[in-house]
Design a protein around this ligand. Structure first.
Ligand SMILES: Cc1ncc(COP(=O)(O)O)c(C=O)c1O
Length: 500
């Protein structure tokens, strides 16, 4: 058993977590990761049992479990019944240059804002069954899209090959505004619409334009990781706000103790739990934000796909001149690789935002923007959405049916009134029974990509334990077979503790 006393100690761990405003478990993971990458922990060395290390460091056992699981997921350690061991092979994703960089001094190379970022996923990962957030790629009208793209390319003139509008092509902004007014109840003029490379880009722009480093942003808990990374890269202080069946639920005192500059929310279909923000809460959030001088960032990412009635109107349009910045994306309604989304600025901000965009964005991609404008204007968009709504309802029903027939654990299925995914809850991790991260890892090894619900919470494992399961990109007739594979993966984790 290696002695970690030389590498880790209670005071240093707490101090780093405090200074860098990171959860202890994340700091613990980073310290162990660096020690392995730099060869200070030798291959084959046994790490202390999680309970023992937690006791020595005075941290929760879940923090150590989180760090070990993260290291295992990235190939730094291997876990078995015998314990947790430093892996013999260094993680395959580090090439020689990166390995040298780590050895040189990982801290000097990257800014503090991005140092903990390390996400690598291949396009193939996104195609695996149950990956959340991917629409039905097999049902997209490729031929129509190719025809409109060809037409837009042919119509282009050489004089249009220079830098284009930073705020997007006028014809696209026009059709987006018309669509949003009719379909989402958004109050907007085309001048308020700014075309972006998708919501990730929109969030980064909003953080940059509307908040200063150190300002407070409220984020949903559990919530969208993409928003968390955009805010941490902008140097904002993130305050998690709990979500319940009625959406984001800030305790009244929070307005005084942690007055926000930004509030990020997914009111139409909370990501990932699926709740809808109630009308009284919407009105109160708008009013309180107005008084606090805060901007609400309304992420309306998949509201087009409402399965139990007409889509709910956007929050932005519910009160005139609401302090709401509305964010939309074509990643779900068209396809993710399009990389087009938009911001609707409040009218008071639109002109200034256009001026700032002139500094930050070099406009272009005229062909895609024109093809999209034609796709919407000629009715293909509405037709496609109508078909997808029906298809997603069917695919969701197939998934529910497969879970009902085959899933061996007691579990609740959350969400499903809208969108492209369901959440399957797992028995609480605290019981030591089923860790969602372990199930997701076993499922990944079998070719599936459900996401562990605990990953959506701000500090890793934190009471949320379940699987976020996308169903939109999986044909209904394949659902039983994929759930069978998932059940087999579960079996590898829980063994014979659960009778199937
Ligand atoms: C909550 C949420 N917002 C926005 C997006 C879309 O982001 P983008 O437009 O960058 O593809 C996603 C995609 O998964 C999401 O889950």
């Amino acid at each position: 058993m290696v002695d970690l006393n030389l590498l880790l100690n209670k005071a240093a761990l707490k101090a780093q977590a405090g200074q860098r405003r990171l959860p202890t478990q994340r700091v613990l993971y980073e310290l162990l990761q660096a020690a392995i990458a730099q060869g200070r922990l030798q291959a084959g060395a046994a790490l202390p049992a999680s309970r023992e290390l937690a006791h020595d460091l005075g941290v929760a056992r879940n923090s150590v479990i989180y760090a070990y699981e993260q290291l295992a997921a990235e190939g730094y350690v291997q876990s078995s019944r015998q314990g947790t061991f430093v892996a013999a092979v260094r993680p395959g994703h580090l090439d020689q240059h990166e390995r040298d960089s780590v050895v040189l001094d990982s801290r000097a190379l990257l800014s503090a804002r991005v140092r903990t970022c390390d996400r690598r996923r291949t396009p193939q990962d996104d195609l695996r069954p149950f990956m959340p957030g991917i629409p039905a790629l097999d049902a997209f009208p490729m031929k129509v899209w190719q025809r409109l793209s060809d037409r837009a390319a042919r119509q282009g003139e050489s004089s249009e090959l220079g830098y284009r509008w930073s705020t997007g092509e006028p014809e696209l902004r026009q059709v987006i505004a018309t669509y949003l007014r009719a379909a989402r109840g958004v109050r907007c003029h085309p001048d308020q619409v700014m075309v972006t490379d998708g919501t990730q880009h929109s969030l980064a722009l909003c953080a940059q334009m509307l908040a200063d480093v150190g300002d407070t942003v409220w984020i949903e808990h559990p919530g969208y990781g993409g928003a968390r990374s955009a805010f941490s890269q902008a140097g904002l202080r993130q305050v998690p706000v709990t979500v319940d069946a009625g959406g984001i639920a800030p305790p009244p005192m929070l307005w005084q103790t942690d007055t926000p500059r930004l509030i990020y929310t997914t009111p139409s279909h909370q990501y990932p739990l699926g709740s809808v923000l109630t009308l009284p809460r919407r009105l109160s959030l708008i009013e309180q934000a107005r008084q606090a001088g805060a901007w609400i960032l309304e992420d309306d990412y998949d509201s087009e796909f409402r399965h139990d009635g007409p889509p709910l109107a956007a929050m932005q349009g519910q009160v005139s001149d609401a302090p709401v910045v509305y964010l939309g994306t074509f990643s779900k309604s068209m396809f993710p690789a399009l990389r087009l989304g938009f911001i609707v600025w409040p009218s008071a901000l639109a002109d200034r935002a256009a001026g700032v965009a002139g500094e930050l964005i070099r406009g272009g991609r005229t062909i895609e923007q024109r093809a999209l404008a034609a796709f919407i204007d000629e009715g293909h968009f509405t037709r496609h959405l109508r078909k997808m709504r029906k298809l997603y309802a069917e695919r969701q029903a197939s998934l529910r049916d497969a879970l009902m027939r085959q899933w061996p654990l007691p579990g609740v299925v959350l969400g499903g009134q809208a969108g492209l995914h369901l959440v399957l809850s797992l028995p609480p991790d605290a019981s030591g029974m089923v860790s969602d991260q372990a199930v997701a890892r076993a499922a990944y090894a079998q070719g599936l990509s459900p996401r562990p619900l605990s990953m959506y919470s701000t500090g890793g494992i934190d009471g949320f334990n379940g699987l976020v399961m996308g169903y939109a990109n999986t044909p209904g007739h394949m659902m039983q077979a994929h759930v069978q594979t998932l059940v087999a993966a579960l079996g590898e984790v829980v063994g014979d503790r659960v009778a199937s």
